[in-house]
Design a binder for this molecule. Structure first.
Ligand code: BGC
Length: 810
């Protein structure tokens, strides 16, 4: 009887679709990956290294979408069963609606698809689905720049855990973030998605984020690898950069993240480096990423990045996203013609499958579609307060005293808070808390008449504007509501304090400009700050400017006017609550800027070369090179600033910034004392300790920064470089904490391209611990007796031309 039942079961199993053909075949997860690959046809192999495509809103199913344009049309000649049924804007509909892409499914070998979804500030999927009542909102967390300003790796890890949990519970497998390009220039349109001008902060914060997200059993994709520091002509710009600047500035953060977090994937960038697309560069993706750094995961292209699938396969760009049939055909033909060794395909597939084995979809995880959005809202509200930076606070204007009950909120952005940037870094959140809501939530009264005036004005002005800049494009701010003196005077009588919010937004595909209304304040914003401040201050009432921005703005021309300035960044869906928590003193600000605020844009060293030179003009452009959104014209950008990016430049060349790197005030004060080095001679590594004491009257946290000044013997050196940071716990008045930093050989070393080696030069090293890059509180030094070669690297990405690089030349 038993035998009959087993035979019956077997018979049924063989009759099931799929199983009849898979009998006897190896299966992923049961059999060795290599055996699974050996059972694939060439067509299947080619399909596995190419994503399943995506379609764009309003676009025909095939056609002239610019390759590499975000949301580009990627037609499926013979649509796979799971091909998107579009049209969608930059999104796929299959499996998880609104995700950015999916990988190929090969049922007969047990290969599941993986869902890849943006992005750095939270999971980006469609919040609603056709014919469904359920909603799929995600939490909009603070943007990257704010997270870096927390200087708190544990906190960032916690944010990552919440983000990763949403990835898991909404059925995605890999989050397309964090973004970690260097803030080379304040005008890069995507700086909000990135962390800092400094690679050490960037790497440490990115590693914390990757570890947090991946602790949930889902993957990340650190992006955009590498030297993608501007958006103008982003698909065609050739970044010309020295080996040293690459290693020390543009690759270093990625190296730290790879070695400290081993992300599941890396996303290559759109640009070329020294003449080769990053996705086609074996130097970058194999020699540096795999051989020098020991990266174990797989590499995917940015959406439509690069040109030549064969070169991409050879370089070690394992997966082409979002993928199109032409790429599959090219790969098949190249193997058939002997132009691509099938072993290369096998190698790349193996990397993809090794990650797939860990993915929740492969493991059959039953996702709930119900992450704990409430708990995550708390995480975003609290983490946002930790990265807001108090830039100015004359006579302790903040926190507001108990006498402040009625607040007049000026500035359009007070009523239209900006929670994050645009494009793939945007999140579809269920709600966002405006500033006025936040103020009310902590018990303030916000002047209703002023509120109606603004909300009506904004509504009318918006109605009169041309619509449809699309999800990629940030709208330029609308002119400030022109207020007459009578209205302002009326507000002075009715209110105890004034807030003025200045907002800026930006996103991928476009850089910002050094113009009024963008990097600079507009005339109407300047007027507003002047008029409101003069009237309120005349009656002894405080005025606070809130900067609700994703990147740096000019402050020098107006910062003397208000009493306080709070840099709130774009703080996610709870922005209004987080700001209010700081204004009322519930939270003491502890953020510090991880990117310099210059006095003027002309002081930025890279302003001389940003955003590059176009090589053809509209009239001389050959067919297909006429630019257009997302496509761009052939262009070149030469990093003549070399290693002198951000504070490395300002400090070495004595250029005074408006607010220096690492700067940020608190409602209390801190004293630093008792610096101790484990040794006065370097041998292997050195431990440094310092005591930080809350010497003020309220509880607070302090970020202590460790800078090193290395001897410049053969190699040029910036006067200081950040090599450590630590944040105290919440210290009560009078309480102290000892902070510990570890200095390794790598921290001492610079990259010497003549020998492709990180070398620490013999001599005296000064250790400087401070509250900012200028506010050094404790000094010590140690010596290194002879030159120390720390690590030899591959000879990679050598520029073909001479670069007229900036040198300190001491
Ligand atoms: C962006 C990536 C993003 C991808 C998928 C591209 O336009 O550059 O950062 O992950 O689209 O949406």
């Amino acid at each position: 009887m038993k035998k009959i039942i087993s035979l019956f079961i077997l018979a049924v199993l063989f009759c099931l679709p799929g199983n009849s053909q898979s009998a006897g075949l190896p299966r992923l997860g049961k059999d060795p990956v290599k055996k699974v690959i050996a059972a694939m046809t060439l067509e299947e192999k080619a399909a596995l290294v190419v994503g399943t495509g995506m379609r764009m809103g309003g676009a025909p199913p095939s056609g002239a979408g610019a390759p590499g344009a975000p949301g580009a049309v990627a037609p499926q000649a013979a649509p796979a069963a799971n091909a998107p049924t579009g049209p969608m804007i930059g999104q796929t509909q299959s499996l998880v609606a609104g995700a950015a892409g999916t990988t190929f499914k090969l049922e007969r070998l047990g290969i599941t698809p993986m869902v890849l979804a943006d992005g750095p500030a939270g999971l980006r999927i469609s919040p609603t689905r056709q014919n469904e009542k359920n909603t799929y909102y995600c939490t909009a967390f603070p943007v990257g720049t704010l997270l870096a300003s927390t200087w708190d790796v544990d906190l960032v890890n916690k944010v990552g855990q919440s983000m990763g949990n949403e990835v898991l519970e909404y059925g995605a497998d890999i989050l397309l973030g964090p973004g970690m390009n260097i803030h080379r220039n304040p005008l890069c349109g995507r700086n909000f998605e990135y962390y800092s001008e400094d690679p050490f902060v960037t790497g440490k914060i990115a590693a914390a984020m990757v570890n947090g997200v991946e602790s949930q059993g889902v993957g990340t994709s650190i992006k955009h690898f590498a030297a993608n520091n501007s958006e103008t002509n982003r698909n065609s710009v050739n970044t010309i950069v020295s080996e040293r600047a690459l290693r020390e500035i543009y690759l270093e953060g990625f190296r730290i993240a790879v070695q400290e977090a081993q992300p599941w994937t890396v996303m290559s960038s759109y640009n070329l480096i020294n003449g080769t697309y990053t996705s086609e560069s074996a130097d970058l993706l194999t020699s540096i990423l795999r051989k020098d750094w020991d990266f174990k995961g797989f590499v995917m292209t940015d959406w439509g990045g690069g040109k030549d699938p064969v070169a991409q396969m050879n370089a070690g760009n394992d997966l082409l996203m979002p993928g199109n049939p032409a790429q599959i055909q090219t790969i098949i033909k190249a193997v058939q013609d002997g132009k691509l060794d099938v072993k290369i395909l096998d190698r790349n597939i193996e990397k993809i499958l090794n990650i797939m084995l860990q993915s929740p979809r492969f493991k059959g995880y039953k996702y709930s579609d119900k992450p704990d959005l409430k708990a995550h809202a708390e995480v975003t509200r609290q983490s946002a307060t930790e990265g807001m930076v108090l830039l100015k606070n004359t006579n302790s204007s903040l926190p507001f005293t108990a006498a402040v009950k009625n607040i007049a909120a000026f500035g359009n952005t007070s009523y239209e808070i900006i929670t994050g940037g645009t494009g793939s870094g945007d999140v579809n959140e269920a709600y966002s808390v405006s500033l006025t809501e936040g103020l009310k939530n902590v018990g303030y009264k916000v002047n209703d008449d002023l509120q109606s005036l603004y909300t009506n004005y904004i509504k009318l002005t918006k109605a009169g504007r041309p619509q449809g800049r699309g999800f990629m494009m940030a709208s330029s701010p609308i002119e400030e509501l022109p207020l007459n003196q009578d209205i302002i005077n009326g507000m002075v009588t009715l209110s105890d304090a004034a807030i003025i919010t200045i907002g800026r937004n930006s996103g991928e595909g476009r850089d910002r400009t050094n113009t009024k209304g963008d990097f600079q304040l507009s005339d109407s914003e300047q007027n507003l700050i002047k008029m409101v401040s003069t009237a309120f201050q005349a009656k002894g009432k405080k005025v606070v400017v809130i900067l609700n921005v994703g990147g740096v703005v000019e402050t020098a021309s107006w910062r003397d006017v208000p009493d306080a300035i709070l840099l709130a960044w774009q703080a996610g869906q709870e922005t209004g609550n987080s700001i209010a928590d700081i204004l009322c003193g519930k939270v003491n600000p502890s953020g510090k800027i991880a990117t310099t605020f210059p006095l003027s844009y002309d002081d930025v060293q890279s302003s001389k070369t940003f955003p590059g030179k176009e090589l053809v003009t509209e009239t001389t452009a050959p067919q297909g090179q006429t630019g257009g959104f997302g496509r761009g014209r052939p262009a070149v950008i030469t990093y003549e600033d070399g290693i002198y990016v951000g504070y490395r430049y300002y400090e070495t060349f004595n250029v005074k910034p408006a607010y220096e790197f690492g700067y940020g005030l608190s409602y209390t004060t801190f004293e630093y004392s008792n610096i101790k080095l484990s040794s006065a001679k370097f041998a292997g590594n050195i431990t440094v300790t310092v005591d930080v004491k809350n010497s003020g009257k309220v509880a607070g946290k302090e970020v202590a920064e460790l800078y090193l000044s290395a001897p410049a013997v053969k190699l040029d050196k910036p006067v200081i470089e950040l090599k450590g940071f630590a944040k105290t716990r919440l210290l009560q008045p009078g309480e102290s904490q000892t902070l510990t930093f570890l200095i390794t050989g790598h921290n001492l070393a610079s990259f010497d391209p003549s020998v492709s080696t990180w070398i620490a030069e013999a001599g005296k090293y000064d250790v400087k611990i401070g509250a900012s890059s200028k506010d050094i509180r404790q000094n010590a030094s140690f010596t290194l007796s002879k030159d120390l070669p720390v690590k030899k690297e591959s000879v990679s990405l050598v520029p073909k031309e001479q670069i007229n690089e900036l040198k300190a030349g001491k």
